[in-house]
Structure formats: C-alpha cells, structure tokens
Design a binder for this molecule. Sequence first.
Ligand code: ADP
Length: 518
Amino acid sequence: MLQDFRVRQRDFILEITRAITAQLELSEVLRRVLNASVVMLGGQLGLIALRDPSETYRIRATLGIDSEHAGELGDQLNTLLADESLDYDSFTEQLTRMAIGLDRRMRQSFALPLVFAEQPLGLLIVFRAQRALATADDIQILQSFADQAAIAVHNAQLYARIDEERQQLAAIVEHSADGVMILDPDLHIVNFNRALERMTGWRPEDAIGSSYDDVITWKKLNQGDLRRALDDGWPNKAGDPAHETLYVEGDLMRRDGLTKSVGIIFAPLFSADGRLARIIANVRDITNFRQAQEMQNVFISGISHELKTPVALIKGHAATLRRDDVEWDKEIVREYSAVIEEESDRLTALIENLLTASRIQAQEGINIDAGDLRLDQLAARVVERFNTQTSGHKLVLDFPPNFPVIQGDETRLRQVLDNLISNAIKYSPNGGEITIGGYATAASATVYVKDQGVGMSDADQERIFERFYRVDGALSRKTQGTGLGLYLAKAIVEAHGGRIWVESAPGQGATFFFTLPL
Ligand code: ADP
C-alpha cells in the first residue's frame, strides 16, 4: 500500500515536471510549479518568491494568499532571509508563524530553494494545516522536483529575456528611419520594414517571401553588386574584416516607376557551424545627399566662372593700359579704368555674398548694423550704378515723395537691392523696363523690383530662396549665377524682421517684394 503510494507519487511528479518544462511562459510555469507542490505536500497555501538582480526576493506566484497579504509577506520573508543566524528549522518555524497570521489553521511550512547551476533563483514555500514528519525519501523527491522546477523557471526567465530582446530589436527595425531588410541565403526577403516601404513603394506583405531581385531593381548601379559579390565568394567568414560588409549604391526603380538614390550596406550573419544564415541589409535614402552634392558641384563650377570673368576683364584691361608701346588717350584710360573699377566692385559683391552665406551656414547669423535709412535714396544710387552697366534695360524709379525713413543696415540692404536688380537684368534677356518702387503703411515699408523677363513657375517660386537653388532652364544654364543671391536677400530681410516674396508666371516677368517693419 505504501509502495503503491510511492509509485503514484513518482508518476505524479514525472507528469507534472513534464507539464512544467514544456511551458515557457514564466508566470504559467510558476503557477504550475506552485500548484503541484502544494498538492504534493498536501498543503493549503503556497508562494514562490524569485530573487531579482538586487538579491531581493519578490513574490511572483501565490496560492490561497491574496495580493494584499502577499506584499507584506514579501517584506517579512526578506527580513527572515537576511538573518543568517537562522537554521532551516527555525526559519520554517518563523514562516509558520507568518502563515498563522494569514490562516489560523496553519501548522507547518516547507521551504525549497530553487537552484540552477549553483545560482539561487528563488524559494518555493508551502504551508499546511497538519504537522507530519517528512521522511528522507519525501525530502529527496521534493528536492528533485524543486530542481526540475528550477530548470523550468530558468528556461522561462531566459525565454522572457530573449523575447524582450527580440521585441526590442523588432521595434528598432520597424521604426528605424533607414530601410532594413533581412534576406535568407537564397536571397528571399524574410523581413522588410516600414521605412523600406516608403523608399521602394513595396508593402512588407508583398515583399516578404519575394526574391531580392524582384523587389530591388536597379535603374543604375554606381557601386557594388550583391549577386556578383556572392558569385565572387562574398561573404568569406575567415576573410579580412574589410570585406565583412558589402556596399552597393545606385538609383533604385520604385514600384511606382519613380527612382530613388539609395546606398545599401549588406552584412552577413553566420550560423554556429559557419554557414551563411542571413544577410542583413541597411538601406539609406541618399537622394537628398546626391542632390546636395549635385548642387554643390553646380555651385562650384558657377562660382569659379563668376570669379574668373571679372578677373579676366580686370587683367585684360590693366594689361592693355600698361603697354609701353602705345600712348593711350585720356578717354580710353578713363573708360578702361571704369571697367576695372566696376569689375572689382562685382568681385567684392560676390565675395561679400559668399562670406555672408558661409556665416549664415555656420549659424553665426547676420550682424545688422541698423541706422536711419532712406530706402528710396539708396535705390536711386544703386540704379545709377546699374545704369552704367546695362543699355538694353530701362531702369525706372517709382517711390512716393514721402517714403518713410526706416531702421536698417545700409550695406546689407544695398546687397539685397543689388541682387534683386542684377537678377531682373540677368533674367530679362530681351531687355525691357525694370521698375524699382515702394509704398508704405503706418506699420511697414515695402520695396519692389519688377521686370518683364522670363518669369517662373509656382513650383520654382517656392524654391528660389533656397541656398544654391537655380531654376533649371536654358537661360539659367547660360547666365552666370551661384544660386546664393536670393538666399542671402531673404536672410538679410528676415534679420531685419521683414519678409520677402515673389509674384510671377512663366514668360510674364517677375516682381520681387520685401517689406520691413517701421
Ligand atoms: P543666381 O541668380 O545666382 O542663380 P539667385 O539666388 O539670385 O541666384 O536666384 C535663384 C534663381 O531664381 C535664379 O537662378 C533664377 O533661375 C531665378 N530668378 C531670380 N530672379 C529672377 C527673375 N527676376 N526672373 C526670373 N527668374 C529669376
């Protein structure tokens, strides 16, 4: 009869340990371990406390104990555990005393340490209403059960940690601003994030499972090639670190037919036995970078041209004047000196523009040295100077007689007028009238420069105030320019607390306005 009971008890333990170890969710593992232990010991109440990294024990599962009492019990338990003078018997005696506080019937306690790889994971405690001596066999069976339970708890904890890390990684991939794609060794897509959807126009649902070559189609490859690299033996696990990742760059054909410049870094992931398991691709949208590069190139060629022209004119005129073999008459000397002076002015203005732009770029801002300023008189002086430089255009001033005095920086605002008027001339290749006028209200003074030139589209109106931006057209390609003039004009006007804008239509001329507060 006793023998029979023992066999049943073993079977029970076996069954329960199987059920426990098959489960990976921590709270469920704890619940099963606790239930089984309480049943096995014929107890009524029980709890499992797990040791956290700060070595405090926290109650993670209870049976027959409500959560209100559990907190209190947890504190008492930690106090008991901290007392190193207690042996097992006095420890369980104290536990029983605690249990009586919960339920007066309690008579006996069992405390089983859960230990894995010599690391204490926690404590399993069972309280029961009858007192009986546990045999050595009982204890052994219980301990082996506790060891099984410890393995299950350890696995569940590991699993919980891995799951947390997996979720973290998934969130990082999902919300990364860069496109992330994971490929299997046959180049089938197994993961495809939202950023990549925005770049390629492929929805993750459609991309996942497809072949890499079907989704990533190149209109133009500038550098690298995944297929070619794989044929050439990439990735080589033992190879030199420089070849660990592969960089591919080019213009991608989006699903909707548009193109996008991207750079992709491929990184191999090897399995434990050294085989290629996955390829992780990090895709970066480099369209803006490419555009900026292009703009920079255009700017540099534009600027060198702009610098070279006046220098060539100055050098040519100076060299002519310097000739020893000719006696120049006064008129020629005056005319040539005027050209040298004008071209020097142009160079100075250009250099001034460049310096201001680099200062704005370095976020140092523009210094405004404000004083009383008559914009109508300033405009008249600028117009006078331009009149000597153009014959194809008629420059007209149109300011009311009582145009107000404003507070402004004369040098800077002259730069604005210079830029607006020189643009009006440049972008009116067929000549025509250019009006520089103004009007005022009680709160502000407005100046405008109106031409009859090529004008521009609405889309370009939005962009011409950007740094380096030049309208892409036959005329801009022919005319010198750096795309800085309007960018600076805007910065200067805004530094005065004002506003600048344009009204125009293609072929209809353009009128630039700027308003300064009074
Ligand atoms: P830049 O004249 O050196 O190219 P700006 O910043 O002064 O640079 O002007 C930017 C662009 O705006 C020019 O390239 C031109 O295409 C356009 N633009 C400026 N002013 C006019 C104008 N008055 N009429 C038509 N287009 C203009």
